[in-house]
Design a binder for this molecule. Structure first.
Ligand code: GLY
Length: 407
């Protein structure tokens, strides 16, 4: 067992190891932003760490819009999750500074704030309720009239009936975040195995490593399952500890704001239109991300005419000028949904197997706090207090997720 305080304190030589013996202290299954941040933070704490993923930095972060929206994405019944979301939002500026310092990458972090608007009387009532919930939770948001909304964002439709200004909900570019995390991991000595993990190996009732798709066995003292929506179907994981994570499809559009229209929007603008959430996230580089559908369709990542139509229709109701912009990309990704919409973090009942999955709508937002939590539990064996409500055991023994597997 290599979780020694000695290494943590003063042995940095392990950062450049080559891992010829295919053994490590920590093996992370999944190289999305959650797996990468866990690996980076673990390596910085002195653990010999490896990541298994055919395409590190890929996954849902390639689709996500990157809203850091702890306040505007608050939902009834998710007050516990709110605490974790806020903790991560508070860490974001330092996290971005540290990751930028470590890699030299610009992460597209933009402290632009968010405006949630209402288009009709029902939307307005919904937003008023959200405002009341935010106030009860001690969150900062300001109610604006339709005219005040349009003064802030002149491209908004004349019919906007009011809105909530939340200056603390920012954005980051998840693709840049993922790329930077790969670089940071490499620089911290994390070893990448660029192929699929075929199955978990369990030896004497303890997670002992994984077998790669080409049959190579890897061993590790601790295995972190951070495979996003795939986490619920990883072979070899005993049913009782298999995380109840399912894929929730999101279709997202990317448009480009030509210089002559800039600034098209100054901040993230969002609304609930006929019960569906739509958001427009304007990047500093002229990209405008429009999302997102939320569909329970298993492993389907087809971009559909209906999905694109609904997003454009709703976005057009909010910001009519959007139809002038070039549409540059359409894509669908899979959020890792959990039964209470909150992540599963920390040790399972199978010794040696930990989870960092189930982040659902908040994977990008929760990246900094997840890295800190996972590094702490990997080094000390203790789950930090802030993570206790998110321990995997809260769901009890779980059955395999009843979804169709891709062929
Ligand atoms: N957090 C935005 C989404 O999941 O669509």
């Amino acid at each position: 067992m290599s979780r020694t305080s000695d290494r943590t304190k003063h042995d940095n030589t392990h950062h450049s190891h080559t891992n010829h013996d295919h053994a490590s202290d920590v093996l992370v299954v999944g190289g999305g932003v959650i797996g990468l941040v866990s690996a980076w933070r673990a390596a910085l704490r002195g653990l010999r760490t490896a990541v298994v993923d055919p395409d590190p930095g890929g996954g849902a972060a390639q689709v996500a819009a990157g809203m850091l929206a702890a306040v505007t994405e608050l939902h009834y019944g998710e007050e516990t999750l709110l605490g974790l979301n806020l903790a991560s939002a508070r860490r974001y500026p330092d996290f971005v500074a540290e990751l930028t310092e470590a890699t030299g990458h610009d992460l597209g972090h933009r402290a632009c704030g968010t405006l949630a608007v209402a288009l009709d009387a029902d939307d307005r009532a919904h937003l008023r309720e959200l405002h009341a919930l935010q106030s009860r939770c001690g969150l900062e948001s300001e109610w604006l009239s339709g005219r005040e909304c349009r003064r802030l964002e002149p491209m908004l439709a004349p019919g906007v009936r009011g809105g909530l200004r939340v200056d603390g909900d920012h954005q980051i570019d998840p693709r840049r975040l993922a790329t930077a995390l790969v670089t940071a991991c490499e620089r911290a000595g994390v070893v990448f195995h660029r192929q699929w993990a075929q199955r978990l190996t369990v030896v004497r009732e303890r997670a002992a490593g994984v077998v790669l798709a080409d049959g190579t066995p890897l061993t590790a003292d601790q295995v972190v399952l951070a495979a996003g929506s795939l986490s619920g179907r990883f072979a070899g994981v005993p049913d009782a500890v298999l995380p109840p994570v399912r894929p929730v499809k999101g279709q997202v559009l990317r448009l480009t704001v030509p210089d002559r229209y800039a600034p098209f929007l100054n901040r993230t603008v969002r609304a609930v239109v006929r019960g569906s959430h739509v958001y427009l996230v304007p990047r500093a580089n002229g990209e405008l991300v429009v999302g997102a559908t939320s569909e329970e369709l298993g492993w389907d990542t087809t971009v559909t005419a209906g999905g694109v139509y609904e997003l454009l229709r709703d976005a057009h109701e909010l910001v009519p000028g959007i139809t002038e912009l070039p549409l540059t990309e359409t894509r669908a990704g899979l959020r890792p949904g959990s039964p209470d919409n909150a992540p599963l973090l920390g040790p399972t009942d199978l010794p040696g197997l930990l989870l960092a999955t189930g982040h659902f709508r908040n994977g990008v937002l929760l990246t900094p706090v997840t890295g800190d939590i996972m590094a702490e539990v990997l080094v000390t064996g203790e789950l930090p207090d802030e993570a206790r409500p998110f321990a995997p055991q809260r769901f009890g023994a779980t059955a395999p997720v009843p979804v169709e597997l891709p062929v």
